[in-house]
Design a protein around this ligand. Sequence first.
Ligand code: GLP
Length: 263
Amino acid sequence: MTFVSNSLIKNFPYKITVRKNLDRLIEDVVDVLEDRLRKRLYLKASKPLGLATGRTMVPIYKSLVARLIAWPSKDLKKLLKEWSSFNLDEYVGLVDGDPQSFRSYIMRYLGKPLNLTADQLKVPNGASAKPHDQADLYSNQLEKLGGISVQLLGLGSNGHVGFNEPPCGPKGGCRVVHLSEATREQNVSFFGNDLSKVPKRAITLGLKEILAAEEIHLIVTGGSKSQILNELLHSPCTRKLPASWLRLHGRVFLWADEAAFSL
Ligand code: GLP
């Protein structure tokens, strides 16, 4: 079952796709990503991709890798040679190589299977003793490359995107943030269900960099996201719901499975 209708929700500016079946939704998202990646082959210079982490993205990266390795080898070689991506965020204070870091995550799901280097898959350096400097460096690196082309986003259970926690406005750039209790709880299972092990700070790209992306794909799956997705669909732009600022962007695609869209 598909609904691709913005008339479902009053004044909602995104292009919405809802699929009953999660696997089907993932394949739909990956169809579009694959198309965007294929188009990059013919561009002289392309801006970096914007990558998200979290549970939502795992099946997307798995499917994307399977699709890409089936590409003709000449095309795949070119794509990988020119690959440049910036992750949204990273915990502050985990040691280099910590399996729960987003650096380890992106190497596990994209770096290793596609033979991409850490330099091609940029992630803020949260292991540094000077995280504020690292945030500035990261935003400068991204700015020099012209900002993000295609931005993937998951949705936090409190409405965050990246680690832009509520309350937050649309103008904040890449910075060090304090993580809310809700977010630390959301991710506690990755840290052996021990809240004391979940970092309290992170480096995140801000809404400023996210809203400057050429196109944004917000992917929301599972029943645990139905309440926050419902709020997002009906909320005007507000500091209380960071993802609501996406309404200011002209090219947002919202992808949801029926479990998330159920309210
Ligand atoms: C995390 C990350 C986000 C992610 C979101 C949703 O805390 N900072 O980048 O998109 O929250 O996570 P999940 O997909 O695990 O629900």
